[in-house]
Design a protein around this ligand. Structure first.
Ligand code: GLU
Length: 470
C-alpha cells in the first residue's frame, strides 16, 4: 500500500503557522516516502466554514509550494457516503438509536458526577429495541465497554486509554448529519490514509476514531501528534503574539523558503543543523525526529533564516518575490535597474523583502523630498563645490560603470583636498534622498547617468537655499 498522508483543515479562517507546520510535516513525510499527500477540506460545520477560508488555505499552501497529490476533497460532498457508513454501523450492531433528550443526557452526566464517576451517557438505549415512533433520535457509536485502546503514537510513544473512559459518542445528529469524528474516520478509511499527522489538540479524538475504525474492520493508521506552537510567553500561539497567518508572513516580507525552513525546525531537529534546502528537508525529515514538547515561536530566528535565504537564493528568484512587494508598495519597476540587481546590493542590508522594497524606491522613482536629517548633516553650504565638481566629472563619463564612478569621486576629493566622505556623503544624499545606501559607486551605476546628474542639480538647489539663509 502506498504511504498516504493528509492535511485536513477546517475552513474557518486563514492558514495559520501551526496548520502550515502540520501540512509541511505531512507533505514531507509523503515526499520522503514517495507517497500521496491528500488535501481534505473538513467543511461540515456549515456555519463556520467559508469559501474565503478555503481560498485562503489554498493560497497559503500554494505560496509555500506544498503541492497535494490528491484533492482537494470536500467533506460536504461526501454526505451520502457518511450516511452509508452510519447505516453499516447500525446494521452490524456497532451503533444504535438513542432517544434520550439532551436534558436527560445532561441529567445522566450530573448523576455520574455526583457519584464521582466519569461523566458520560449511561447507555440507556444501547441495547433497546423498543424504539418509539415519531420521536427524534441521534445515532451513537457502541464504544467497547471493556479493554483499552492503545495509540502507538510516533511522536508521543504509546498512549493507553481505558474504554471505560470513553462515551458512546454521537455519530449522527437528530437531523441525520454526521459528526466530526465519524467523517474523519470514514475519510481516513476511504482515502487509505496510512499516517495521520496532526496537532496534538486532536489526541482525545484518536481513541474514539480508532474504535470506530476497528468496528468497521479497517486497518488502523499510524498516528503522529505534533505538539502545539507556543508564543514567547509560553501560551498557545495566537493573534495576541503577532502574525499567525501564513499569508501575513508573505505580506511582512518573508520568503516561503524561510518560513518553511523555520517551521521544519520548530518541532523537529537533525543534529544542530539549522538550514535545510527543500531537498534536504525531504531527505532528512522523519516523524521520529519530532519533539515531544511544544516549541515556542521566535520571530528573531525567523528573521535570521529569512536573511539567509535572501542572501543565498538565486537573486533572480528572490527578485520575483521582491517584485510582489514593489507592486504592493506602488513602486513601478519598469524604469530602473533589474530587480535582481537590487537583491544583490540590498539583501544583506534588510530583514525582510518588504523592507527591501521600502528602501529601494529611489532606484525607480524621483523624489523632491530629501531626508531632513541627512540634509542637515550632509548638504551644508561647503558641499556646493564638491557637488559641482563631481557632477562635471560624472557628466563626462562615457562608460557609466562603478569603477569609473568611483574614480570620479576619488579625483574630486583629491582635487579639492578633502576626504572621500566630504564628496561621497553629499552625493549619496543627492542621488538617493537619504544617508543610507549600498556602496555609492554601485548605487550610482544602477541609477541612470542623467538621473544622477539631475538629482545632483536638485541637491545643489537645496544647498544654495541654505547658503541664502545662512
Ligand atoms: N479538521 C481538523 C482541524 O482543522 C483536523 C482533523 C484531523 O487532522 O484529523 O483541526
Amino acid at each position: 500500500m502506498t504511504l498516504t498522508t493528509r492535511f485536513a483543515p477546517s475552513p474557518t479562517g486563514y492558514l495559520h503557522v501551526g496548520g502550515a507546520r502540520t501540512a509541511l510535516y505531512s507533505w514531507l513525510y509523503a515526499q520522503k516516502n514517495g507517497g500521496n499527500f491528500i488535501l481534505r477540506i473538513e467543511d461540515t460545520d456549515l456555519e463556520r466554514s467559508t469559501q474565503a477560508s478555503v481560498d485562503a488555505i489554498m493560497d497559503g499552501m500554494n505560496w509555500l509550494n506544498l503541492e497535494w497529490t490528491h484533492g482537494p476533497y470536500f467533506q460536504t460532498q461526501r454526505f451520502d457516503r457518511y450516511k452509508e457508513v452510519i447505516e453499516q454501523l447500525l446494521a452490524s450492531g456497532n451503533a444504535y438509536r438513542c432517544y434520550s433528550t439532551s436534558e436527560e443526557v445532561e441529567a445522566m452526566r450530573e448523576e455520574a458526577k455526583a457519584k464521582g464517576e466519569i461523566e458520560k451517557y449511561n447507555g440507556l438505549w444501547r441495547d433497546r429495541t423498543d424504539h418509539p415512533e415519531d420521536k427524534p433520535y441521534v445515532i451513537r457509536f457502541k464504544n467497547p465497554l471493556d479493554g483499552d485502546v492503545v495509540i502507538n503514537d510516533i511522536v508521543k510513544g504509546d498512549i493507553t486509554i481505558s474504554n471505560q473512559q470513553l462515551d458512546d459518542l454521537i455519530i449522527a445528529r437528530s437531523d441525520g448529519t454526521p459528526t466530526y469524528n465519524l467523517t474523519v474516520v470514514v475519510d481516513d478509511l476511504d482515502m487509505n490514509i496510512s499516517h495521520v499527522v496532526r496537532g496534538d489538540d486532536h489526541i482525545s479524538n484518536t481513541p474514539k476514531q480508532i474504535n470506530i475504525l476497528k468496528a468497521l474492520g479497517a486497518n488502523i493508521p499510524a498516528y503522529a501528534h505534533i505538539p502545539m506552537i507556543l508564543g514567547d510567553d509560553g501560551k498557545r500561539l495566537s493573534k495576541r503574539h503577532g502574525a499567525v497567518s501564513v499569508m501575513q508572513y508573505r505580506d511582512d516580507g518573508y520568503l516561503p523558503e524561510a518560513l518553511l525552513n523555520y517551521l521544519v525546525r520548530l518541532g523537529w531537529s537533525h543534529g544542530d543543523q539549522e538550514i535545510f534546502s527543500r531537498e534536504e528537508m525531504i531527505e532528512l525529515f522523519d516523524l521520529t525526529g519530532c519533539n515531544r514538547a511544544p516549541s515556542a515561536f521566535n520571530t528573531d530566528k525567523l528573521v535570521w533564516v529569512n536573511q539567509h535565504y535572501m542572501k543565498t537564493l538565486e537573486p533572480s528568484y528572490v527578485a520575483k518575490h521582491l517584485a510582489w512587494h514593489m507592486a504592493e508598495q506602488g513602486i513601478n519597476v519598469e524604469n530602473g535597474p533589474a530587480l535582481e540587481e537590487i537583491v544583490k546590493v540590498q539583501a544583506d542590508r534588510v530583514k525582510t523583502l518588504k523592507e527591501m522594497a521600502q528602501i529601494s524606491r529611489y532606484f525607480y522613482e524621483d523624489f523632491t523630498e530629501l531626508d531632513a536629517a541627512a540634509v542637515k548633516k550632509h548638504l551644508r553650504p561647503v558641499v556646493k563645490e564638491p557637488l559641482l565638481v563631481v557632477k562635471e566629472k560624472l557628466a563626462a563619463l562615457t562608460d557609466w560603470s562603478p569603477a569609473l564612478i568611483h574614480a570620479a569621486i576619488n579625483d574630486t576629493a583629491t582635487e579639492l583636498e578633502v576626504g572621500m566622505g566630504k564628496v561621497g556623503m553629499p552625493l549619496r544624499v543627492a542621488a538617493t534622498g537619504g544617508g543610507n545606501s549600498p556602496s555609492l559607486d554601485i548605487t550610482l551605476a544602477l541609477l541612470d547617468q542623467q538621473k544622477v546628474l539631475d538629482r545632483i542639480d536638485q541637491a545643489i538647489v537645496v544647498v544654495e537655499a541654505r547658503i541664502a539663509n545662512s
